[in-house]
Design a protein around this ligand. Structure first.
Ligand SMILES: Nc1ncnc2c1ncn2[C@@H]1O[C@H](COP(=O)(O)OP(=O)(O)OP(=O)(O)O)[C@@H](O)[C@H]1O
Length: 575
């Protein structure tokens, strides 16, 4: 998948892929999963070993029961009964201790693996361009990073271990059953075959119901993420009741789909249990009749056999459940893979230049249109900004000012033409170097929950206190923090909710100044400040960043003579 777009909810994750493509996609995904499993192999091997010991301890119990009945109770051997009883207790305690150790190792390794996987996907998502985020519902993304990834990880670790465990238990049980009574073992094999037929009928229905239930769940989380971020707007438009109704509608859909999934899931899971219960009854009735008819079967053998059959129920059930779980995991796998396959719109290290030289900014024949759009937003843009100039980008709304800034910051690369600084094409500059030297302050500043000072230091945690206070003064932050009891340490709330729009912009401006950029771009980033404060900031930023180029993007009327150059995006001329 090259475009930064996820499938729309409801579409099949593999739609459009050939069987060959599907196989390649899955093998790429397995290779990716293997990266996270490999470091945990020693832990998983220990878990497997302990599981095997637990299986052996479990399988020993019914055999001891047989010995207790036949050699102890029926032989009236008191000492034998006590000895076998003690052995049984010892075995139970050993199984308990092994189980505890196994669980501890397993939980730690498995959580580590999940966290590494999520960190890797998170880092990948952070490399995607802003367009991806504008097209993707946050709830969907969250569901993929949380639910889907968790499901994949649980399957990759737990399911594989439980499959090995269950298979070994079953093999051991069947072998012991065959040893105890081959005829009864054959009877059991027929019942297992019946189970498999039923399951193959349930399987495709579970898969499609899983997909539908997952999509309905994603709709709810996307709804909540979007609406919780817009509570004020909902209140302003008195839309509370309507939004609640929409949530109720989405919930109705989720409930309907979940119920259908649960009914099928329950049926798929409960059927093997029913078959095994019938098998135990059959063994007792059939075995008793055979004993009454003079068969050589002993009571101990019959009890031990029935116990083994009951014990086989858990692994058999586990294996069946695994099969059903795999159907659900395939849906999650497809959704995780869709994120993993997304490629950033620009290559992170496409260039060799490790430093951005000071110099003029030259734009030559720049052409750009957004992916999936035929319309050229910028068609043949040409201009030059001298080094250290103070520039105003103006032009009507939609004329392409912010798009140009995104190109300057390399969120996209141009279709043709170039942008260069100091003679170096930006496509040849390492992105991290570029973004260290070209800093953009957007109209809607993003603040994180924490203190004002933490937000100012966000891009530059090692800045000195002196530098931090200097930029806070230049951006006008100190003006309003004086009123706050905690000063610069005051908490800004989630996304800066405790600050006004202008205060948030001032914190964002201070944060940008702290980076001492070579090019400072203020993309409507002073729109909430009054004219005085805006002028004060421009003046102070000039003093703090001598020689830096400053670009102010605004469609408000500003005084032309406050700038060295004005570039109008409608005419690309200057006044
Ligand atoms: N992600 C996108 N996908 C497709 N088209 C887009 C995208 N982002 C912006 N556009 C379009 O590109 C054009 C230029 O948008 P841009 O945001 O660059 O304008 P602007 O001059 O900064 O406007 P304003 O002054 O209102 O911020 C607009 O017509 C807009 O609809």
């Amino acid at each position: 998948m090259s475009a930064e777009a996820l499938r729309v909810a409801g579409a099949t994750p593999t739609s459009g892929l050939t069987a060959q493509g599907e196989r390649e996609r899955l093998s790429a995904l397995y290779r990716w999963l293997w990266k996270f499993i490999r470091p945990e192999l020693p832990a998983f091997a220990a878990v497997l070993l302990l599981s095997l010991l637990a299986v052996a301890a479990g399988l020993g119990q019914p055999y001891l029961t047989k010995a207790l009945i036949d050699d102890g109770i029926l032989a009236r051997d008191r000492a034998g009964v006590l000895e076998i009883g003690a052995l049984m207790v010892g075995l139970a305690l050993t199984a308990l201790a092994i189980g505890f150790g196994c669980r501890r190792i397993h939980v730690a390794a498995s959580a580590r693996m999940l966290h590494r996987m999520r960190e890797s996907l998170f880092a990948h998502v952070l490399s995607l361009s802003p367009m991806f985020f504008s097209r993707t519902r946050q709830g969907d993304l969250l569901a993929r990073l949380e639910g889907d990834l968790g499901e994949v990880q649980r399957f990759a670790v737990d399911a594989v271990l439980s499959a090995i465990n269950s298979t070994l238990t079953l093999i051991g049980t069947v072998a012991l059953l065959g040893l105890l009574s081959p005829r009864l073992a054959l009877f059991l094999a027929v019942l297992i075959a019946v189970n498999s037929v039923v399951l193959s009928w349930v399987k495709p229905r579970i898969e499609s119901l899983s997909l539908r239930a997952r999509d309905a769940g994603v709709d709810v989380s996307s709804f909540l993420v979007e609406k919780l971020a817009a509570v004020r707007c909902i209140q302003t438009h008195m839309a509370e009741a309507r939004e609640l109704e929409r949530l109720q509608g989405l919930h109705d859909e989720v409930r309907g789909r979940m119920l259908a999934l649960q009914v099928f899931g329950y049926f798929g899971g409960a059927f093997p249990n029913l078959v095994l219960s019938l098998a135990v009854i059959g063994i007792f009735v059939g075995g008793s009749l055979a004993m009454i008819g003079g068969d050589a079967l002993t009571l101990g053998t019959l009890v031990a056999f029935a116990t083994y059959v009951q014990r086989a129920s858990a692994p058999l059930h586990g294996l069946m459940g695994l099969y059903l779980q795999w159907q659900r995991v395939k849906v999650g796998l497809g959704r995780v893979e869709e994120i993993r396959c997304l490629r950033p719109a620009v290559a992170a290290m496409s260039g060799n230049a490790e430093k951005l030289p000071a110099g003029e900014l030259v734009v030559r024949d720049l052409v750009f249109s957004y992916p999936d759009s035929q319309r050229e937003v910028l068609s043949g843009l040409n201009f030059t900004i001298p080094a250290g100039a103070k520039v105003w980008f103006r032009g009507a709304s939609g004329s392409g000012k912010s798009t140009f800034i995104d190109l300057l910051h390399r969120h996209f690369d141009p279709e043709s033409g170039s942008i260069s600084i100091g003679g170096i094409d930006l496509c040849d500059v390492d992105i991290s170097v570029l973004r260290r030297h070209v800093v953009v302050v957007a109209q809607e500043p993003v603040l994180f929950a924490g203190s004002i000072v933490e937000n100012i230091r966000y891009a530059c945690p090692d800045a000195t206190q002196e530098d931090m206070e200097r930029v806070a003064l230049a951006a006008g932050v100190l003006d309003f923090v004086r009123r706050l009891p905690d000063g610069l340490d005051a908490q800004v709330g989630a996304r800066g909710a405790a600050l006004s729009g202008g205060e948030k912009q001032r914190v964002a401006l201070a944060r940008a100044l702290l980076l001492k950029p070579a090019v400072l771009v203020i993309d409507e980033g002073t729109s909430s400040l009054d004219a005085d404060l805006e002028q004060r900031f421009l003046h102070a930023s000039g003093a703090l960043l001598p020689g830096a180029m400053r670009i102010v993007v605004s469609h408000r009327e500003l005084a032309c003579d406050a700038f060295d150059l004005v570039i109008d995006f409608q005419t690309v001329g200057s006044c």
